[in-house]
Design a protein around this ligand. Sequence first.
Ligand SMILES: NC(=O)c1ccc[n+]([C@@H]2O[C@H](COP(=O)([O-])OP(=O)(O)OC[C@H]3O[C@@H](n4cnc5c(N)ncnc54)[C@H](O)[C@@H]3O)[C@@H](O)[C@H]2O)c1
Length: 407
Amino acid sequence: MLVLNSRTVFGYEANSSVRLGLLGCGNRGSAVAESFARNTSARIVALADLFSDNLAAGQERFNKLNVSLGQSPIDSKLLFRGPHCFEQLANSKEVDLIQISTPPYFHVQHLEAAVAAGKHVYCEKPVGVDITQAKRALEIAQRVKLNQSVDVGFQIRNAPPIAALAMRIKNGALGRIATASGNYNAPASTEKKREGEGQDEYRLRNWLWDRVLSGDILVEQNIHIIDLCNWMLGAHPVKAATTGGRNVLTHYGDCWDNYQVDFTYPNDVHFSFFSTQFGTDGVFDAGMKLFGSNGSATCPYSGPITITGSNAWSWQDSKSTGEGSGAFAANGAFLDNLEFADRDKERTFIDSIVSGPAHNQIAEGVETALSCILGRMAGYQKHEVTWDQMLAQKENWQLGFSLEQFA
Ligand SMILES: NC(=O)c1ccc[n+]([C@@H]2O[C@H](COP(=O)([O-])OP(=O)(O)OC[C@H]3O[C@@H](n4cnc5c(N)ncnc54)[C@H](O)[C@@H]3O)[C@@H](O)[C@H]2O)c1
């Protein structure tokens, strides 16, 4: 019988590295790529960005990093700029893995090009900002080849204390789950302004304030907690009723600054979710709780992670002080319970590329994006929306300008 080394099957020898191309050299993208380089066998070999200043900043950062890790600086032939940079990166033979860290509006378009080119992909959440994009992503999921690995950036699932808690909940530690609650209270994001820029460029650089580009705060940022709820309950919501609005923000943009969503899951389990995003006091607090017939679970980003009741348990190795809120990290590199989330997510992903089995997380990523879109739709339309009603809508958001002006 012929026994093939799985590393050979997947095309990587034990000591070879996975060549990573970063698409979107911004705050989160650069932090994740650096973490890949420091914690896995991936090497940063290519960079792509719409804007030359961000590409140049990426070049400087990753050249320094590569040299400090004993690797080569980035070949200038593998620096791509402008509206077609995602296609040039996808067509590059020197790249195995594309990390998509562009604003949410572009994720599905960029995912499509990377998957079609046969690359492994690490795609930031959300996978789609509207119904049309989400459905297109599900079609792309069907085209992922068996030896192609695609991850979506829900790194919170890989945080060791949260993974340990989820395993216990899935094994029935809480008994029959009756209800859940969650929150995401974050400070405002800061304005990015450049001398002489036009309105379209301003919008692109301040995409976090813009519904079309970001999906609004529920879809762009609160998605992490809604993803935890889907994961822990093993289902997506069947309907949502939402209130909220833009009560205090006065700067440019149309994203809401607060949401209150009542998600109904199967078996009439309600998830009561509350979020805010404004203010400069720096206060940050995110997490969720689940309440079951045998006990309750507490799962904050920062603070003790515990189960009470007949299967009482608490995470013992956390570096969290448990003294309240942790600090907000706009680049997603949180401390406390999330300190090792990115590292462990990236290691698991690179293992799936090097030795298999390959991942294909697109459908799961879409399910969570649609769960958030459901809550958002119920808010914008001011009435309860069911999952099926949501899917029947033809939501198809347009940017309203061409990126060719940045060629
Ligand atoms: N998983 C997490 O915890 C987490 C945390 C923060 C951000 N994110 C996600 O990461 C992504 C990037 O966020 P960020 O904070 O780095 O934003 P950012 O604005 O700092 O960076 C975005 C980069 O993409 C570039 N860009 C914009 N449009 C482009 C296009 N069409 N083609 C190529 N490049 C383009 C910009 O020039 C910029 O360099 C977003 O999807 C965001 O939702 C995830």
